[in-house]
Design a protein around this ligand. Sequence first.
Ligand code: COA
Length: 178
Amino acid sequence: MALKNGQVASLSWLQEADLGEVVAAVNTVIHEDKYLLMDCQITDLEAELSWFRQSAESGMRYLIARVNGKVIGGASLIPFKGKRAHIAEFGVYILKSHRNLGLGTIFLKEFIEVATENRFQIIQLSTFSTNRRALHVYKKCGFRKCGKLSRDIKFGDGTYTDRILMELLLPRKRSAGE
Ligand SMILES: CC(C)(COP(=O)(O)OP(=O)(O)OC[C@H]1O[C@@H](n2cnc3c(N)ncnc32)[C@H](O)[C@@H]1OP(=O)(O)O)[C@@H](O)C(=O)NCCC(=O)NCCS
């Protein structure tokens, strides 16, 4: 996949062997403390490995992007269970060095296709109202705002932000013979 700066990003499904690099990448975004719900850096690789195995078994799809072999971002689609099993939740992070180059849009388009192919009916996500870029990309890809949790997030500096809930209703894929 060509990025807007001319670099080529290769996408692949997350494997256990990638976990160390992926955790390092996520930790840098957690450290920025502006975009993700996660507060603490991930330090327990064993716990991460069991989370990955359990999530993969429950149907999680997780793509990572590499440029020149280095992990620069990842995105996931995690199905809910039981009465909400027709819904999956989308999450994404890209390193600061590689934002605004089209990768977030590439990830979203890819996962909308994956979700449709896998017959999910709805993709849900949430983002901080201060994250204007994320809101723009989600809206551009067809998501609509469906709720707001007021002052849901309080940052370390004492300021608050609302959390915006968004959804994308997917077209129903017909099965053979329908
Ligand atoms: C949010 C994120 C996934 C978007 O991915 P990205 O690769 O940077 O975004 P893209 O390059 O695909 O698209 C950026 C778009 O946002 C626009 N944009 C950039 N900054 C913006 C801003 N402050 N306000 C509005 N739009 C903005 C760009 O002009 C571009 O618009 P276009 O596609 O219409 O030309 C990525 O920036 C990221 O990971 N950020 C940090 C972590 C994060 O926020 N994760 C999501 C938590 S919900």
